[in-house]
Write a protein of this length. Structure first.
Lengths: 465, 398
């Protein structure tokens, strides 16, 4: 473990108005909260307009949405930890006025509505900048606020192929000669990949804007289009077209130049180890780890070109060796010999993985008992500071828990005015309408292929929190 | 000219390959002055990574290098020689940020660990990007992209459930690490505004990806479920499906009624109410998939994508590198930047990940040739004479 941070939270004087929903921007807001910012999530009591991670995404404790189901979603908790919650109804003029008042005392606004929605609410950047001239605002959309596709809605699973990742990702297919050849069918990384690219990009862009604001007093609008962001991470592929007219490369887990390179089956159900040999040294190390000196001198496998030519034979030999071991055993032997290798961990395995544990990556969060969630580990961040503090500061906020704080203390709104809000469900702590989502039994989820398997005794398999 | 957000910030890029140089390029695009420091002779490892312009494996023609190092100046120095170290320390004294991605043991060996660097300049933010971080049992593990991806916990979810886990595209773990590192570096710069001190930012590529586990993780520690790879028996929505000229990703998400989706795709039988609910689509999955295939066979990707967008549906389409390079939408957003490189010539490169209204961004400086700015930086800025530079070159220091 690293020594405890000596200093303060770097963003402790920054206040963030988080109007965003679903994955990408809420997670950016959560990271800002980890860094010490006060992040006010704009919630709503109208169940049909609530952030869908509160209402639909789950997962719920033991697959049973409880009495306070809208507070319980595991993904919601990961994405909204450490925030405050204010309920408003953005369709009402009164609420829109409150947003504007709030913007005056905030430094950053995060939002991910399609362009026409923010304009309809009168909450576009121009209008908000009028309230707060040095405002830093991130507008995250599928296609951005300019260009012919700017009105299009989007979601990560459809964006991912659109921004080109499928051109360079896909299984190999059997060719005419019976050997594996480049595949035709694009594949998807899944797991909302495009969303997270937007999360980290937004964080960087708004820090750049905050640094300039500190220097010059200027604000900045950041027009983040996930489609565009997704294109930048395959810049080399785009240039391969520009310079060489090459459009795709789908070679499964193989590498265009190195060999061996791939994942190999291990003991247990759906267990794999990844192996990559970058050069002669790595190849020798692989042979040494497998205790097969004869392989190292086999002319079929003399150099990467030979090995790629005999890839299927070589993969079979390696798979026979890995199949007799667990993924961790295979990794350990290969790493000991100096070859790049890593177990393909499931999320379950990450929770007990020595590296993740040693670095304290998963941080335990305690919810108030009435929420009905045991203390659990939540995802940390990809970086550690030697001096500044960065940590999950608390659970996701209960619906409207900061209504009094924000409206009363921060904005000084007359309590009589607050009462009229409460009457029409603008402010409150309970959802209006809506009900707990139906939970599909885990057996059935296995059947449908939504999950791979489940462990009824999972609590016993987890490290203590 | 890049954006002006980070004007006045000076970055030393000691990175090699992808993660470090990509982090420094993002800072450069926001307006930081970035000096790339390479070893004399071989330079950045990316110079030897394919693909190459014209498929000519020349160290000035690596497309990864050309892409990741625009808007930087380049010097060469050997940090393991005394004279080279002096040069580096002179640069370090003036720097706000140093980005490096050596294996932890190697940076220590070279005297480039945080403690040694902070002795020279306590205000500098040192960002170290490695596969697993500076601490822990895997810190010295050998790793490539696929190994990092595997150990992050993300690879298990990628690909089809009836096949092996599938590697993501083009060394993605190191791109994600670079974007994340650029953000964390700037947080440390922000902290410095009040503390006056630099610090060490320890970035683990595996943990950058591990942070994406916001769904698979609670699936396990909330209810014991192991989220797997994508099922292959779906009804065809939220999957890649064949259209006439390639693949599209039809979606039932969004707020439009089923009838809108059905009439866009085509076959009249799709209008059947039994497909209108999620449960119905699961129950009649095979029939639905057949109708979907029949309908999509009448469509090319782009017209379907445009029609879906106009009807407020959220369909996607599989685009390849050529589609992206000619995308009218990216064009309209002034995404591409014109770069003129002395060896590979003029071309349009992908630009910044975000649009910054109000900032004037006019073209990019090409990636530096190996040691291109030695005279400018060491001579004009640090005051070394022409003779000094010749002597350093003769000793192999620069």
């Amino acid at each position: 473990m690293l020594p405890a941070p000596k200093y303060q939270s770097p963003l402790k004087n920054i206040r963030v108005l988080d109007l965003s929903r679903v994955f990408a921007m809420p997670f950016a807001g959560a990271n800002l909260a980890d860094l010490g910012a006060e992040v006010i999530k704009i919630d709503t009591c109208q169940a049909q307009f609530m952030d869908t991670t509160r209402t639909l995404t789950g997962p719920f404790p033991d697959n049973r949405p409880g009495e306070l189901w809208w507070e319980q979603g595991g993904t919601f908790q990961n994405l909204n930890r450490g925030k405050r919650s204010l309920t408003l109804d953005l369709r009402s003029e009164e609420s829109q006025k409150i947003i504007k008042e709030l913007v005056r005392v905030c430094d950053v606004v995060l939002e991910n509505f399609t362009p026409r929605v923010m304009a309809r609410f009168g909450l576009d950047f121009k209008s908000l900048q009028a309230e707060k001239p040095d405002l830093v605002m991130v507008s995250n959309t599928g296609y951005g606020h300019s260009g012919p596709w700017s009105s299009f809605g989007a979601m990560a699973s459809a964006l991912e192929p659109t921004h080109g990742t499928g051109a360079f990702m896909g299984y190999m297919e059997e060719g005419a000669d019976g050997r594996l050849a480049e595949g035709q069918v694009p594949n998807k990384m899944g797991n909302s990949y495009s969303d997270f690219l937007a999360t980290w990009t937004a964080l960087g862009a708004l820090m750049a804007a905050l640094l300039r604001r500190a220097r010059t007093g200027e604000g900045q609008w950041i027009d983040l289009a996930m489609y565009q962001t997704g294109t930048t991470v395959i810049g080399t592929g785009v240039l391969d077209f520009v310079f060489n007219q090459r459009r795709t490369q789908r070679i499964g887990n193989r590498h265009p130049f190195w060999s061996p390179h791939g994942v190999y089956p291990c003991q247990g159900h759906d267990q794999w180890v990844s192996i990559a040999a970058r050069h002669e040294g790595d190849w020798q190390a692989v042979c040494q780890a497998m205790d097969m000196p004869e392989l190292a001198s086999d002319p079929r496998f003399a150099d990467p070109i030979d090995r790629r030519q005999h890839q299927e034979e070589l993969d079979e030999i390696i798979a026979a060796w890995t199949s007799a071991r667990t993924s961790y055993q295979a990794m350990d032997s290969l790493q000991e010999a100096g070859a790049p290798a890593g177990a393909v961990l499931t999320a379950k395995q990450t929770l007990t993985d020595p590296q993740y544990l040693d670095r304290g990556f998963f941080e335990t969060v305690h919810n108030p008992p009435e929420v009905g969630l045991r203390p659990k580990g939540y995802v940390g961040r990809g970086w550690k500071f030697s001096k500044s503090k960065a940590e999950i500061r608390g659970p996701a906020p209960r619906l409207g828990e900061a209504n009094d704080y924000v409206l009363g203390e921060l904005l000084g709104i007359d309590p009589a005015r607050l009462e009229t809000f409460a009457e029409d469900w603008t402010i409150g702590n309970l959802p209006e309408g809506g009900r707990a989502p139906g939970a599909v039994p885990l057996d059935e989820q296995v059947e449908l292929g939504w999950i791979a398997e489940y462990h009824a005794d999972y609590l016993d398999r987890l490290p203590p929190v | 000219m890049p954006a002006g957000l980070l004007n006045g910030i000076r970055v030393l890029d000691l990175g090699s390959g992808i993660s470090g140089p990509w982090c420094a390029k993002i800072l450069a695009d926001y307006g930081a002055e970035v000096i790339k420091v390479e070893s004399p002779g071989s330079g950045d490892a990316a110079r030897r990574m394919g693909p190459f312009a014209g498929d000519d494996p020349d160290p000035e023609k690596s497309l990864t290098f050309l892409y990741l190092n625009t808007n930087k100046k380049g010097v060469t120095l050997d940090p393991s020689s005394a004279s080279g170290r002096r040069l580096l320390d002179r640069l370090l004294a003036e720097a706000d940020v140093l980005v490096e991605n050596y294996p932890p043991a190697r940076s220590k060996e070279l005297g480039l660990d945080y403690a040694s660097l902070a002795e020279v300049n306590p205000q500098v933010v040192v960002t170290s990007i490695t596969p697993f971080g500076q601490t822990g049992p895997y810190r010295d593990y050998q790793a490539t992209d696929i190994v990092t991806y595997a150990l992050s916990g993300l690879m298990y979810h990628s690909g089809d459930s009836d096949q092996e886990p599938l590697r993501n595209v083009l060394d993605q773990s190191f791109y994600v690490a670079g974007i994340t590192a650029a953000a964390a570096t700037q947080v440390a710069l922000f902290a410095r505004l009040t503390s006056g001190e630099g610090q060490h930012v320890d970035v683990s590529a595996a943990e950058c990806l591990g942070a994406h586990l916001v769904q698979p993780l609670p699936y396990y520690n909330y209810m014991g479920a192991v989220k797997g790879r994508r099922p292959v028996r779906g009804a065809g929505f939220e999957e890649l499906m064949p259209a006439r000229d390639g693949y599209v990703a039809p979606s039932v998400q969004g707020s439009q009624p089923w009838s809108t989706i059905a009439s866009l795709i085509g076959p009249e039988e799709l209008q059947d109410e039994k497909f209108a609910t999620a449960a119905g689509r699961v129950a009649h999955g095979e029939e639905l998939k057949e109708l979907l295939i029949k309908g999509l066979a009448q469509w090319d990707r782009m017209p379907l994508f445009l029609a879906s967008g106009e009807q407020r549906l959220v369909f996607g389409m599989a685009q390849d590198a050529g589609d992206l390079a000619h995308c009218p939408h990216l064009e309209a957003r002034d995404f591409f930047v014109e770069v003129d490189h002395p060896v590979v010539g003029r071309a349009r490169y992908p630009g910044m990940a975000v649009r910054l209204p109000g900032e004037t961004i006019t073209g990019s400086q090409p990636a530096p040739l190996l040691g291109q700015h030695n005279s400018e930086i060491f001579g004009r800025e640090l005051g070394y004479s022409t003779q000094d530079l010749v002597s350093l070159r003769q000793q192999g220091v620069i």
